[in-house]
Every structure is written in C-alpha cells, then in structure tokens.
Write a new protein. Sequence first.
Length: 343
Amino acid sequence: MEDGGSGRQGNGTNRRPRLEDVAARVGLSTASVSLVLRGVPGPSERTRKRVLKAAAELGYQADRTASMLASRRTRLLGVMIDIRSPFHAELVEHLHTAAEEVGYDLVLSTRTRTRDEHTAVDTLLAFRSEALILLGPSAPDDTLAALDRKAPVIAVGRRIADADLDVVRTADDDGVGQIVDHLVGHGHRAITYVDGGKGAIATDRRRGYRAAMRRHGLDAHIKVLRGDSTEAAGERAAQRLIEGAELPTAVVAFNDACAIGVLEALARAGIAVPGAVSVAGYDDDSLSRLSCFNLTTVSQSAEEQARHAVAAAVERLDQGRTEAREVVLPPNLVVRGTTAEPA
C-alpha cells in the first residue's frame, strides 16, 4: 500500500526518519549529509540544496540530544527571566535572534512569585547550558561570581560592583536623570519618585533621581515613595499622593509597570494626565507604547543589550576570553503623551 506521499515515505515504516535515510535518498555519505544539515562550510551549493530538499521530503529532524552527546557541547545559552516583566520578554525575543545568528539556541528558565532565582539557575545548569545570561539578577555579587566558575555568566541590566564577571547594562542613573531634566525643562519642580525597592538597579535609578534633583537646586522637593516593579506598587504610591495634602506636578516611576499603576490610580480619581500630573516610567516596554498609555519613558535598547550579551557569551565559549567585561549603553529618553508643562 502506498502512503499517499506523506512526509515519512521512503523508509518503509512509521519510524522517525534518520540521517541514513536522507543519505540514501541523495546517494551521499552520512558524513556529507551531516555537514550540510549542521551548516558546516564545504559541500557545494548544489549538494546543499539536494540534501535540504530530501530532508524536507522525508520530514527529517535532527536528533539534538544525540548530537549534543556526540560533540560534548550543547550550544545552549541559558536565559533567566522574570515572567512578570514585559521588558524581559522583549529581551528574550532579541536574544533568540542574536543566538541563532551564531549557531546557538536558548533554554529559558523563569522567576515567578513562587519560583526563586536559585531554582531558575539550577534548571539552566541541569539542561547543560554552556553560558548563563541572567536578566536583572538579584543574587549577591559573590554568589554570581561563584556561579561564573561553573559556567560563564553575563548579567544583563544590573551593575555588578565587585564580582569578576561580564555585565551588559544601560546607565540607569543617567536615564532617570534624563527624565528629571525633561520635566524640569517643562517647568516642573515638585517631582516625586516611586522607588523600585532593593537591589542594584533600584539603587542606581533612585540615585539618578536624587542627583538630578540636586543638580537643578531642587533638594527641598526630593520625595521618594516606597514601591517595587509592579503595577500594584504604582497604584499604592499614587493613592498615597492623592490622599496627601498636595499633589506633585510630576511623578517618575521605577519602571513602566509601576508607572502604569500610577496612571490607573490617577484615572480612577479623575486626575488628568498630563493636565494635572505628568507621569514617566522606565524601560520602554511593549505596554508603554500602547495608545491607551502612550507613556513617556526611557529606552534601554533591548536589541542592543541582547546582541552584546550573546556576543559576550560567544567570546567566552568560542574565543577563550577570560577577563571580565562591562558594556554600559547610553539610555534614551522617549517623550510621549504623559508629560507636559504643569498646569
């Protein structure tokens, strides 16, 4: 009985097509076929097309596990992300593209409300990730340094003061300073900051706010409200402002999610943005660009960070670089509809 031209024709059974089946179809050795399927230079363009056509017709898919065992390399980059962060999701998209361009793939492991950073990293190591790209890690510097001795670590988005490992980040203090400069340039003086909690990223952004306010001679107007990286924190902070004696003319939030929480609380209270209060965030994530928010924010150049992170991993794994390197990218203010001159 004929199989009606299914993708598994030609091997006589319903088993998964093997490398040998592709080789038999085109009349070449398995070694030659393997070179083509792995993208290794050598085979002619005509041979490459024949092999790829045969593989597609047979429905052949490479056995990645067997290949890894044979080569003793996985060519996997482990990426830790915070599942609650739209900015991390955008970084992962660019990391995939950058990794594929140099012959690597990604393994993702998430931090959640119930899954901590240690567990996420252990999962990446269990999958034999050759290097670890950690997005916004919160572990102490010495913990990250110890981890770097197991596999090269690239910390993305966070300053590492003492640990001898690779870092890719933007200048967070400068980014918040750009927001304050923008607001002061529009005539604002009473500018409140909603903090991001503990950690190096929050520390740098808080320092950037304080430094910029002092630079403009606004020491008396410095006000930092407790917060974190969530919309709920922004809502709580805005509610405290609404219940206070006098609203500031502008609010700068630790990140876009927190800023969106501020916007939602102000909207419920009937307070116009930017008419009564200007609001700015940080990250330029996908939500900030939605027309319903149209949030003034700071771009961290997600694509550029991703490319530098993958490049750092490849330099460590394939080129033998051993010295630590820090890449600090300049942030860029993105002015949208939530900031204007004070009423």
